[in-house]
Ligand binder design. Structure first.
Ligand code: PEP
Ligand code: MN
Length: 362
């Protein structure tokens, strides 16, 4: 997929970073759409999003106004000269969107997870040159995400971008959809041209998290942002907790710190020095992990000899509680420390299982 076009080659007005798409989660009424678009336009936003067909996790939620919303988007184009972007989930949506002159499409997270639906959309887009963004699938599966991009590429699309909107989690977390930054970064490593944007609204699920998530994505050199905005966020018909007013949006965008990417602009000896320190601590971490695993091996043998189960719930609770206490002490985030210890604990269980099974085989 080496011919995927960089965002600067999409023929859109992309003068300043971040590339920004904003507008309501859902088109609700003609007035809400037009009023939101006009205010965004007056603040310098160039691409207007709105969901017309809404994939809702549970029934009986607002499922979008449907095709009538397309007329309102045409009005947005005429009255503000903004570009419009909507989500499509099947071939009917694609045909209607193209006929209505929508400028940009995106594929939602639930749809990306379904290869049948993506193929149907790709087939409907054959021979049409329109930019399409692919949101990450709800589950953290890079192959599934890549598969969707490939299906679009195969029918001839070249203006394909990706959107990191976080991944579903079962356990309670501060996020609505937990970000896994490594996944979009891996994707970008494989396809360096692919435009990559962040959707902090669906990652955070609440207004208060949008600013920091946006800054984080900018620091990770993402190309742009898709942020939900609404003229009256509290009374939005969908995703009310995560939408912000156009004015708050611009406040966030204007205060983003855009750092330099190019290495030659950073004095190299300072950077090398800091990198040496990181390498040193990474080595220390590896040494410590190795020592810990050696202890785990001895524990496995002890448990084996004394017929004790591998998983000791009480002990595990003590470890996790202590690590969270330590997180505060060492000024590390709870989320990071508990995730880290979960991985370490899982590896410790794997190792013990391996050793105990070896013993059985003997
Ligand atoms: C949306 O952008 O409104 C939406 C439904 O997003 P996602 O597919 O990321 O849930
Ligand atoms: Mn939404």
């Amino acid at each position: 997929m080496k011919n995927i076009k960089k965002i600067s080659e999409w023929g859109l007005d992309y003068s300043k970073k971040p590339f920004l798409i904003s507008g309501p989660c859902s088109a609700e009424t003609q007035d809400q759409v037009i009023a939101t678009a006009k205010e965004l336009k007056s603040l310098g936003v160039k691409i207007f999003r709105a969901g017309i067909w809404k994939p809702r996790t549970r029934p009986n939620c607002f499922e979008g106004v449907g095709s009538i919303g397309l007329k309102w988007l045409t009005m947005v184009q005429k009255e503000t000269s903004m570009l419009t972007a909507i989500e499509v989930a099947n071939s009917k949506h694609v045909h209607e969107a193209i006929n209505a002159g929508v400028d940009i499409l995106w594929i939602g997270a639930r749809t990306t997870a379904n290869p049948f639906a993506v193929q149907e959309i790709a087939d409907a887009l054959k021979g049409i040159d329109i930019p399409v963004f692919v949101k990450n699938p709800i589950n953290p599966d890079i192959e599934l995400w890549l598969g969707a991009i490939e299906r679009l590429y195969t029918v001839g699309l070249r203006r394909i971008g990706v959107i990191h909107r976080g991944f579903s989690v079962y356990e309670h977390s501060v996020y609505r959809n937990a970000p896994q930054w490594q996944i979009p970064i891996d994707l970008k490593n494989r396809f360096p041209n692919i435009p990559i944007i962040c959707d902090p609204s669906h990652i955070g699920g609440k207004r208060s998290l949008i600013k920091n998530l946006s800054q984080k994505s900018v620091d990770l050199d993402f190309d742009g942002l898709m942020i939900e905005s609404h003229i009256d966020p509290q009374n939005a018909w969908s995703d009310a907790q995560q939408q912000i007013t156009p004015r708050s949006l611009i406040n966030i965008i204007d205060n983003l710190i855009i750092r330099k990417v190019k290495q030659e602009e950073i004095p190299i000896d300072i950077l090398n020095n800091l990198r040496d320190k990181i390498d040193f601590f990474d080595n220390e971490l590896m040494e410590t992990l190795k020592k810990r695993i050696d202890v785990v091996k001895n524990i496995a043998i002890y448990k084996q000899n004394n017929s004790i189960t591998i998983l000791q719930q009480d002990r595990w609770r003590v470890i996790i509680n202590k690590s969270i206490e330590n997180a505060v002490k060492y000024d590390l985030s709870d989320e990071f420390v508990s995730q880290l210890f979960k991985i370490i604990h899982q590896e410790s269980i794997n190792k013990q299982t391996e050793i105990m099974n070896e013993e059985i085989n003997l």
